[in-house]
Each structure stands twice: as structure tokens, then as C-alpha cells.
Design a protein around this ligand. Structure first.
Ligand code: E4P
Length: 225
């Protein structure tokens, strides 16, 4: 399962890239709003830092299919290779998806709340579809199960489309999808950090260091012995 950062704060992205194995960055208009700077200033900064080996997923914001396609072309022009255009899975969006597919532009169907939206997006040629796990949970549905159902639909129908599960609030939701082998998950920085932060783990490592210090002396490590 690929792991992406669902954020646009460059400092957070740099920190996560420094420590963890991640595959790219996804944004949406609300995420860009939270940064509060000019969208392409921020997005280009991210692209420059992560390089073209990492994926970037950036949303078209026009409300018509033709407008979404124009947005897509502009985004690709600005951000280059390995950029996926996020297209909302609404009626105009499906029309845009068919055009993007014909013109060989890669896209991620977003705002997925139902497996049928995902099925149609896969038929329209989506590389990824993004079910909103936690938002589904908040509506009283089972977000993890919806993402699993979509994964199954893709396998059963031999689609090349992958699930890019989104909208997580805890590591359990991510773990369930990891175990199921979905294609990718995009996760906000605070949840990524919480995947590892655990007092029991920290205490176990502290005990090792403390015992070793008693053995060889303060500040010494294996290389000093
Ligand atoms: C993904 O495509 C969405 O933009 C995003 O992950 C939604 O996450 P949220 O529910 O935390 O806003």
C-alpha cells in the first residue's frame, strides 16, 4: 500500500519525508485554504521538494467538465510528471474523466462516498478513486468496509484502478486497509505521526539505552566499544 501525505504545509511535508517512507502528496482546495498562500506557489514548492519520483494529486476546481479539463492541463503544465488530477465524482466530473482519459491525462476520482461512484470512475479510466473513510464513518456508514468493497469491485472487474483511501482520523482505519492490500492511503500529518508515537515503544527503547549506558558509560554507543 502506498502512503501519501494529505497536506500542503511544506515544513510538515519535509519533516515526514525526512523520517518516513512516503510516496507522495495529495491536496484539495480546503487543504490549500488552510495554508493560505497562492496555490501554485505552494504546489510548486512541494513538487520541487518531493521531486518527480513522488506522486502529487491536485484537484481541479472548475464546475463544468470543460473547465475541469482546462484546469487539468494547467496543473500538469505547472507541476509536470507524476501529477494526478483529482476530479470530483459528480456528473460533470465523469464527463471530464472521459475527456482526460482520451487525452492520456492521469486522474484520481475524488469525493467518493459510494462504491458505484468508484465503479463508474474506474470505467472512465481513473488511476485511483478516493473514498472518504472517516467522513463515511461520521455519516454512520462503515468507511473501511466501503473502501474494501471498492477494492473488491476493482479486482473482480479486472480494472487497473486502485483505491486511494482518504480522510482518516486514526491508525486503526489505516491498519484495516493495509491488511486488505488496498493500493494507497493518503493521511494527514498528525495521523502519520500517531502511527508510531507510542509510550510503550518509547519506554522499551529507553530501557535498552539505559542498560547499555550502565554497561559502557554515558554517551557511548556501539561504535565506541
Ligand atoms: C481526499 O481526497 C480528501 O481531499 C481528503 O483526504 C479529505 O479528508 P478530510 O475528511 O480529513 O477532510
Amino acid at each position: 500500500m502506498k502512503l501519501m501525505i494529505d497536506d500542503a504545509h511544506i515544513e510538515q511535508i519535509k519533516k515526514i519525508y525526512e523520517f518516513y517512507p512516503v510516496d507522495g502528496v495529495t491536496t484539495n482546495p480546503s487543504i490549500l485554504y488552510k495554508v493560505g498562500r497562492k496555490p501554485f506557489e505552494v504546489l510548486k514548492e512541494i513538487r520541487e521538494f518531493i521531486g518527480e519520483n513522488s506522486e502529487m494529486h491536485v484537484q481541479a476546481t472548475a464546475e463544468t467538465a470543460e473547465g475541469m479539463v482546462e484546469d487539468a492541463k494547467y496543473i500538469l503544465e505547472q507541476l509536470g510528471e507524476n501529477t494526478f488530477i483529482k476530479i470530483p465524482a459528480i456528473q460533470e466530473g465523469f464527463k471530464a474523466m472521459k475527456i482526460l482519459h482520451r487525452e492520456n491525462m492521469k486522474f484520481t476520482a475524488t469525493a467518493i462516498y459510494t462504491p458505484m461512484q468508484a465503479f463508474l470512475a474506474a470505467k472512465a479510466g481513473a488511476s485511483y478513486t478516493a473514498p472518504y473513510v472517516n467522513r463515511l464513518d461520521n455519516l454512520g456508514y462503515d468507511g473501511v468496509q466501503v473502501a474494501k468493497d471498492i477494492h473488491d469491485i476493482f479486482c473482480e472487474n479486472d480494472f487497473d484502478t486502485e483505491v486511494l483511501a482518504a480522510s482518516f482520523k486514526n491508525s486503526q482505519q489505516i491498519l484495516e486497509l493495509c491488511k486488505y492490500g488496498v493500493g494507497a492511503a493518503t493521511v494527514a500529518p498528525d495521523v502519520i505521526f500517531s502511527l508510531v508515537k507510542n509510550k510503550v515503544v518509547e519506554s522499551a527503547v529507553d530501557d535498552f539505552i539505559s542498560d547499555f549506558t550502565k554497561l559502557v558509560g554515558e554517551g557511548k554507543t556501539m561504535k565506541d566499544c
